[in-house]
Every structure is written in structure tokens, then in C-alpha cells.
Design a protein around this ligand. Structure first.
Ligand code: LLP
Length: 463
């Protein structure tokens, strides 16, 4: 189909439907550096490049859809977190956001530690050579086999999430003739201002042990009594995609309150406090995330102040950013398929992926932006909804987006800020194959997670 062969679709002036959009942006070709990876730019012809590579070349060589990850950006964000917190604190990258062996090596090289939350993540970390003592093992229902593997490997800490687990880890460690370093994850009763499914510190949910009612203090009593474990600190993670630091303030206040209770009751000053991850990133131009150095300064000040007023030695702080390290470093590259203008509504633009490579829009009502990247265009803006190829009407990638009205099948579009929780939450719904992750750096592109094939699917289906 040629560029002019489909009806142009509703212009923004005709648009009636409800949505999250305001006015179309002044320049549809502009790339907001807040949402795009560091080395992304447009070349003289208007084609988007990353790490100096033209996206049309990436599409040709690696196919679409593909997650394209800017390694330079990943490393500089990792380094920024590391530098911001300095030598007196630890940064654990949360592997659930996106984990692969290449990523583990980058983290290792940049001096970050790693938080894993399953046997699979642990296996990935160990197989890529992350030293076990730099790994923290999380999860609200770790299996006995997972705990055994983690203790045997010698992970730096296991974050205990229930009374059963306190006993289980102590028992397994003792059986293996070890003393496992542990933290206890507590829920501090903070309502983080984020989607309900990704808020984790209010009490009515599955993670952690509540501070309220003395349960956490009781867990500490258990942990201090058992020989197989060494309690090194308290952990709190209040949620995800948070911009407002006041939640961390309340969390730190309450965790330090517990440290004080522990000192008063047991005469023990626990040496560590982990404030979790959850720092927000810009998915669209409306989001204003803070820089790592501002976050480090704020968190360190909060903990120091709280400890001074409780007359406690300031514990070593650790944090666990996932999204804030990897989220902005990747975009998903799609090819435009069918284009369906609906009168007085909007134009549905179908791409060759969808909810199987980005479930976040359907699951959390997440907002993304999208741009035409295989060329620039001076056509007027048209209101679109970018949808996938799955058999489900909720299969939406970008709910409301303006794209140029001359958009045509075969054009490449890209959705920025898909580095976190897109590949890691990808599925095979409709037996669609999961896209590869292509890392780009200094003019070179390489596959770090390959595209799934039909053989991969059929290998699991044993008939
Ligand atoms: N630490 C703990 C204990 C966590 O549970 C999490 C995330 C993190 C650190 C990292 O949080 P981050 O800095 O990446 O926000 N699938 C959801 C996010 C779930 C987060 C689960 N835990 C999403 O796509 O938004």
C-alpha cells in the first residue's frame, strides 16, 4: 500500500474520545531525551540512530519486533547509581527488571551488586560470573531447593519474608554447616503513590512482615535466636515507579524505629538497612524523575537524621533500583502493519508485537509514547492507538499517541523506555515468539538474548 492509499484518519481537531492526550506535540520528529536512551538521535535524513546505528539496519539485520538496548546508557546509569551512593553504601540492581548474562557482566564491571528473586535469576547471575557474595536473594515463597542452592552458592544475603522462611533458611544453613547472612523484609505501612499492583509496603498484601502489631519485632527475636543465620539488617521496599520521596522518609523513620527497639531489647545494633528500589523513570514527557545523586543524598540524609535522633550508629545503606537503571536504556522497535482509521474516534495502528512483549499497558494502564523512526515526516499529527497483533482487544501498546498522518505499513515505529519489565514479563500468548534483545554500543550491535523460534516453542511441547 502506498503512503496515500489509506484514508488519512481523524485529525486531532475531529477527535472526540476520552484519553490521556492533551494537544499534539509541536514537532512529531522531536525526541525528548528524558524518554529516549542516551545515544539516540536522528541523522541528517531524519532516521533514528542509536549507538551510531540506523534503526532500519537493525530491523533488517535482527528483524522486528526487537528490544534495542543502549549499552552505553546502561553502563552510565549503573555507574551514576554506584557513584552517587559511594563506597559506604551498596547498590543492588534488581534483576527482575531485566536480566541476561551480558547485563550481569556489565553490572559486575560497573561495581554493582545484584538482587535476584528466583532460582532462574540466581542461575543466570552465577553462570555469568557474578560473585555470590554480591547477590541478594529475595522472594515471598522461595522453595527449599532455591534456598539450598542460594546457601550452597554462598549468596551475600537472603532477604527473609515470613516466619516459616526464617526457620527454613536457618535449618538449611545449619544442615550445610553454614551461617547465612540474612535481612528481614518488613512492611512499614506506607501507601506508595503508584498502581495498586506495584505498591508493596501497605500492610494488606503478600510481601514482608508487618511492623504494626509487633510481628516484625517477633521475627527479629526468632532470627536472633537461631544459629544457622546471622541477622545483618532490615529491608523495606515500598513500591515501584515512585517520584515522591516522602514514602521513603516514612519508611526510613519506621525501620530506624525498629532498629532502636532491637537495640533496646537485645543490645544489638544491626549494621545494615536496605530501602529497596522503586524509583520512577520518565515513560512520557510528563514524568520528571530525580537523578541518582539527588536520591542518594536524600536517602542518606533521611537515614542519618533518623539514626542521630535515635542515638544509633548509622547503618550501611543499600538500595535496589531496577527500572531506574535499565528502563530508559531500551526501546522496542516495531514494524507498522495494518492501519485502521475509525471515524470520529482515532486511528488504530497495528504493530508486529503487542501485549506479549509489553504487558504493562494492559496490566497497569501504563503510559508510553511512540515515534515514527525509519524517517521523519512533516505530515500533520493524527491521533492513534498503537495496538498489537494478539487476539484480545486489550492488546494495547500505546493508548493515546500522535503519529504523522502519512504513516504507512512498513514504517518502523519505536516505543521508548521499555527496558524494564517488558522482556522480563514477556509471554508467548497466541504462540507469538518473544523478541530478541539487541545491545548497541559504539557502532556495533549484537544479540544478547536471541529471538525465540518456533522450534523453541515446539521443543517444550512434548506431544
Ligand atoms: N527490590 C524489591 C524487593 C522489589 O520487589 C523490586 C520490584 C525492586 C527492588 C525493584 O523495583 P524497581 O526499582 O524496578 O521499581 N512489574 C512491575 C514492577 C514490579 C516490581 C516488583 N518489585 C512493573 O512493570 O511496573
Amino acid at each position: 500500500m502506498s503512503r496515500s492509499a489509506h484514508p488519512a484518519g481523524p485529525r486531532h481537531a475531529d477527535v472526540l474520545p476520552e484519553g490521556h492526550y492533551t494537544a499534539p506535540p509541536a514537532d512529531l520528529n522531536a525526541l525528548d531525551p528524558k524518554v529516549w536512551a542516551e545515544t539516540v538521535t536522528r541523522d541528517d535524513q531524519g532516521v533514528l540512530t542509536v549507538g551510531g546505528i540506523d534503526v532500519r539496519r537493525l530491523a533488517e539485520e535482527f528483524g522486528t519486533p526487537a528490544y534495542v538496548l543502549d549499552e552505553t546508557d546502561f553502563r552510565s546509569r549503573a555507574r551514576a547509581w554506584r557513584t552517587a551512593f559511594g563506597q559506604d553504601a551498596d547498590v543492588f540492581y534488581a534483576g527482575k527488571a531485566f536480566l541476561s548474562r551480558a547485563v550481569v557482566r556489565w553490572l559486575h564491571e560497573e561495581g554493582l551488586n545484584l538482587d535476584v528473586c528466583s532460582g532462574g535469576e540466581l542461575a543466570t547471575a552465577l553462570s555469568a560470573g557474578m560473585p555470590a557474595d554480591r547477590i541478594a536473594f529475595h522472594g515471598n515463597n522461595k522453595s527449599v531447593a532455591e534456598i539450598r542452592r542460594a546457601v550452597e552458592a554462598g549468596v551475600g544475603r537472603i532477604v527473609l519474608d515470613s516466619f516459616q522462611e526464617i526457620v527454613r533458611v536457618a535449618h538449611i544453613a545449619q544442615e550445610l554447616g553454614k551461617r547465612q547472612r540474612v535481612q528481614i523484609r518488613v512492611t512499614v505501612g506506607v501507601e506508595a503513590h503508584t498502581h495498586e499492583f506495584i505498591a508493596t509496603a501497605h500492610e494488606d498484601q503478600k510481601f514482608g512482615i508487618p511492623l504494626a502489631g509487633g510481628q516484625a519485632a517477633e521475627a527479629v527475636r526468632w532470627a536472633l535466636r537461631l544459629d544457622g543465620i546471622e541477622l545483618i539488617g532490615i529491608h523495606s521496599h515500598i513500591g515501584s515507579q515512585i517520584f515522591d520521596m516522602s514514602g521513603f522518609e516514612v519508611a526510613a523513620h519506621r525501620v530506624v524505629g525498629l532498629l532502636k527497639e532491637i537495640r533496646d531489647e537485645h543490645g544489638v545494633e544491626l549494621p545494615e538497612i536496605d530501602l529497596g528500589g522503586g524509583l520512577g523513570i520518565a515513560y512520557t514527557s510528563d514524568d520528571d524523575p530525580r537523578e541518582p545523586h539527588e536520591i542518594a543524598k536524600a536517602l542518606t540524609e533521611i537515614v542519618t537524621r533518623e539514626c542521630e535522633s535515635a542515638r544509633l550508629r548509622t547503618p550501611r545503606i543499600s538500595v535496589e533500583p531496577g527500572r531506574a537503571v535499565v528502563g530508559p536504556t531500551a526501546f522496542t522497535l516495531y514494524e507498522v502493519g495494518t492501519i485502521k482509521p475509525l471515524d470520529h474516534l482515532r486511528t488504530y495502528v497495528s504493530v508486529d508485537g503487542g501485549m506479549s512483549d509489553n504487558i504493562r499497558t494492559a496490566l497497569y494502564d501504563a503510559e508510553y509514547s511512540v515515534a515514527l523512526v525509519s524517517r521523519s515526516s512533516d505530515a500533520e499529527p493524527m491521533l492513534t492507538r498503537v495496538v498489537g497483533k494478539h487476539c484480545e482487544s486489550g492488546d494495547i501498546v500505546v493508548r493515546d499517541a500522535f503519529l504523522p498522518a502519512d504513516l504507512a505499513p512498513g514504517d518502523l515505529v519505536a516505543v521508548p523506555a521499555t527496558g524494564a519489565y517488558c522482556r522480563s514479563m514477556a509471554s508467548n500468548y497466541n504462540h507469538v515468539l518473544r523478541p530478541p534483545v539487541v545491545a548497541v554500543r559504539d557502532g556495533e550491535a549484537r544479540v544478547i538474548v536471541r529471538r525465540e523460534t518456533e522450534e523453541d516453542l515446539l521443543r517444550l511441547d512434548v506431544g
